[in-house]
Design a protein around this ligand. Structure first.
Ligand SMILES: *Cc1c(COP(=O)(O)O)cnc(C)c1O
Length: 400
């Protein structure tokens, strides 16, 4: 059987992945590759990491049996409550792990890039906690659009650096962060927020997030008497919450994996972020993946109502899961995600993040048997999305 969990020795999942970095970063990335797994597997690191996940982040997060939603979809639905983490999403699991790693590697300074600001906030939070100086690159347009997250990062003590080049969004912020890294490879650690970037980042982020599926296993054993679900559902931006929720099940063919990517206004409209549907092979962020690009290799600006999902690529692990058919990947349009959000809110009293709402909108597209156990990774909470939800309330009433 194929191994979907592990890269080959060059950092590839099937045809996807690798490390395409400028010459000056070669040694830095190589050092990271040589050290990361030894450090994150060592008992000392694990004790410190686990302690922070427990006492600071609030783990384990509950696995909640959503009874009214279950009735609606004719299955036994459990929600993995990553929305209850400190800072409101799964991203903190990874940020803490990488900051601890940075310390152990003797790095003095942290950089990161952020689109909507969620990864920036998680990184700034961890840098405050660990007393490390931190610079966050963010497209100038995103700085305008995500004012409250910028204010949060500044309150936490991070320096937010607005990037004025290109479209002034995530891709430009990423380029600028890589440029910074090239200038300070010795003392600076680059915290990447998803299962993207050059090897070993995708593997490292997947392993740091794999605490999610580790918990699902014992929680299901407690509740269902077996440690695997029939279906596992998650949304994909770069892929970290999906990778974490699926990690221990990737090679278990009893588990159906279903991923939601952001369809935007519709895959056929061009106003979309459904990379795995319309992307072609390219190199983005140091990795060989499916990329939304023109014929001459210019990145097409992605669109989604959800800021966390509008990335013009998808992580190499997920591209491979899609290409091999191990996971089903369905595009979910803005209006479908909004309906998913309202449904969860009204049936269970939980307001989900817009990103997570894309995973919820998979439910009406799947056929379940009544005794199917379905686990849906609720990656984050919706406080940050209230303005969008309230503006679109009218759309919900129309569908009633
Ligand atoms: C950032 C974010 C995502 C998308 O990122 P992944 O790396 O694909 O998980 C999904 N949900 C929430 C709540 C986010 O903040």
């Amino acid at each position: 059987m194929k191994n979907f969990q592990q890269t080959d020795k060059n950092g590839f999942y099937g045809r996807f992945g690798g490390a395409y970095v400028p010459e000056v970063l070669y040694k830095t990335v190589e050092d990271l590759k040589l050290q990361y797994s030894e450090i994150i597997e060592c008992p000392d690191f694990r004790t410190e990491y686990r302690q922070l996940l427990k006492d600071y982040v609030g783990r384990p997060t509950p696995l909640y049996h959503a009874r009214r939603m279950s009735r609606q979809y004719g299955c036994k639905l459990y929600l993995k409550r990553e929305d209850l983490n400190h800072t409101g999403a799964h991203k903190i699991n990874n940020a803490i792990g990488q900051a601890l790693l940075a310390k152990r590697m003797g790095k003095k300074r942290i950089i990161a890039e952020t689109g909507a600001g969620q990864h920036g906030v998680a990184t700034a939070t961890v840098c405050a906690l660990m007393d490390m100086p931190c610079r966050i690159y963010m497209g100038a347009l995103d700085v305008e659009r995500q004012r409250t997250n910028v204010e949060r990062m500044r309150m936490l003590g991070a320096e937010v650096f607005p990037v004025e080049s290109g479209n002034m969004t995530l891709k430009d912020a990423t380029n600028e962060a890589i440029r910074d890294w090239c200038c300070h490879p010795g003392d600076t650690f680059y915290i990447i927020g998803s299962t993207v970037g050059p090897h070993p980042y995708p593997d490292m982020v997947a392993r740091l997030q794999s605490v999610i599926s580790e918990e699902i296993k014992w929680q299901l054993r407690e509740k269902e008497g077996r440690d695997y679900p029939d279906y596992l559902l998650a949304c994909v931006g770069g892929g970290s919450n999906a990778a974490g929720a699926m990690f221990h099940y990737l090679n278990d063919e009893r588990v159906n994996l279903v991923l939601a990517e952001a369809g935007g206004l519709g895959v056929e409209t061009g106003q979309t972020a459904a990379t795995m549907q319309i992307g072609t092979m390219g190199i983005l962020h140091g990795s060989r993946i499916k990329v939304m690009q023109t014929e001459d290799g210019q990145i097409i600006e992605p669109y989604s109502i959800s800021a966390g999902l509008d990335y013009p690529g998808a992580g190499p692990m997920h591209c491979n899961l899609h290409e091999t058919g191990r996971a089903r990947v369905l595009p979910i349009n803005d209006d479908e995600a909004l309906c998913g959000a309202y449904e969860l809110t009204r049936l269970e009293g939980i307001i989900p993040a817009l990103e997570s709402s894309h995973a919820l909108a998979l439910l009406p597209k799947l056929q379940f048997r009544p005794d199917d156990v379905v686990v849906l990774n609720l990656s984050g909470r919706g406080d940050k999305d209230l303005d969008t939800y309230l503006k679109k309330l009218v759309c919900y009433h129309k569908t009633q």
